[in-house]
Design a protein around this ligand. Sequence first.
Ligand SMILES: *Cc1c(COP(=O)(O)O)cnc(C)c1O
Length: 458
Amino acid sequence: MFSELESKSDLEHAHSYAKSYVDGIFDRTVTPTEETLKHLERFEEALPQKQGNSEEILSLLHNYGGPNTVATLGGRYFGFVTGSSLPITLAAKTLSTVWDQAPAMRVISPIGSKLETIVEQWLQQLFKLPQNTAAGFVSGTSLANFSGLAAARFHQLEKLGWNVNEKGLNGSPKLRIITGDHAHSTVIKAISLLGFGYKNIEWVPTDDQGRIIPAEIPELDASCILILQAGNVNSGSFDNFDVICEKAAERGAWIHIDGAFGLWARATKNLGHLTQGMEHAHSWAVDAHKTLNTPYDNGIVLCKQPEALKSALHMTGSYIVTSQERDGMFYTPEMSRRARIVELWAALKYLGAEGINELVETMHQRALQFRDEILKIESFEVPNEVVFNQVLVCCGTDELTQSTLFNVQEMRECWAGGSQWENKKVIRVSICSWATTEEDISRTVASFRKAINTAKNN
Ligand SMILES: *Cc1c(COP(=O)(O)O)cnc(C)c1O
C-alpha cells in the first residue's frame, strides 16, 4: 500500500479518469440509459476476502460507475435544486481530498481554521449581515436548519431561565414554533429532531405563490420561534421579510430563515429586493452546493448570536485542544467533518462579489427565457411568478402534464422532476447551473415540445 502512495499511480489514474469524465459531460445523455444501468450489476459481489488491486478498483469505478451518474455537472439538468460545480471548485476539492483535513480544531488543520475564519467574514459582507454573525460549515441546509433551530431553542429557553443542554425539554417552559404551510420538509425534520414535535407547529396559511400571509401570523412573544423561507422549493418565492421580520424581532421571537438556494439573491444587485428585511432575523441556513455551484456537500448556518450557536453545539473532552483561533467543531453538530471550506473559499475567491452577482442573475435570466419560450407553445402554462430560478410548467390536464414529463425524462436530452402545485400536477424546472447556456434552454424547450406532441398523439 505504501508503494502505491509512493508511485502515485492511483492518483494519476484517478486524475486521468476524471478528465475523461469531464470531457464527455456536455454531450452524454443527462441520465443513464437502461443499457448502461445494467452494468451496475458488476458491483454485485460477496464481501471480498483478499486484498484487491487498486488499478482494477479505479477502472471499475470509471467504466461502470461514471456512466451511471446523472450529468448534474452539465447544463441541462433541472431536477430538484441540484446545481452544478464550478470547475475551480472541482479542482480545489480534488486537492483538498488529498490533504484529507478535518477542521474540527485548529490544531488538526490550520488551513481549515484559517479559511473558515476568512469565509465567515466574506459571507457577512456578501449577505449584508451584522459583523459578529457566526458561520458553521455543515453538509447542507438540512443540518444548517437543524443548527439554527438548535441555537434558537437554546437562546429562547435560556431567556426563560431554562438551560436546555442541562435539563432537556421535559418540564421546560413551552416554546411555540410557527411556520408557513409551505415550509421545506427538512425544517419539519429539524423540528422533530429537536423534540418540539411537528404536531405542535402553528401553521401560517400561504398565498398562491407559497408565501406566508403576514396578517395570518399569530401574536408573537419571547417564547416563539418563527421560521421563514427565502426560495420556495417549487415556485422560488420569498416570504415578505420586510413586513414580517422587524416586528417579529421586536416582540422577542427568534426568526430563522431557510434560504437554501434563495439567500444568494441577497448577493445580487437586481434581486436583492427579495430579501429586504431579512437582516432582522437571527439565523439563516443556506447551501453553497446549490446556487453557488460548489460540489456536494456544502451548507452553511449563519447566526447573529454566536453564543447561542456555540452553546447549543458545545462539547468538551479531556483530549480536546482548543486554540485562540477558530475551532470549527464548536459551530457544527459534527466533530469530524471534511474540509469543505476549501471549495467554498475557492468559489468565493474565484467569482468575487461581481462574479456571484452575474452567476445568480444569469440563472434568473435563463429562467425567464425558459418561461417565455415555453409559453409560446400551445397547451403549456406557467402557474408561478418567476421571481428567481424556478419555473413550474403544466399542460392543461394532469394526465397530459404527467405524460409530457414522462416523455421528457425518456428522451434524456434534459431532466426535470414533477411536483404538485395548487392541486395540479406540475413539471418543476430549476435553473441553477453555471453551465446552462441560452442554447441549453432552447434545446430543453424543444425537448418539451416534442414530449407534449408525442403525448397528444398517443
Ligand atoms: C434543498 C433545500 C433544503 C435541504 O437542503 P440540503 O442541502 O439538501 O440538506 C432545505 N430547504 C430548501 C428550501 C431547499 O431547497
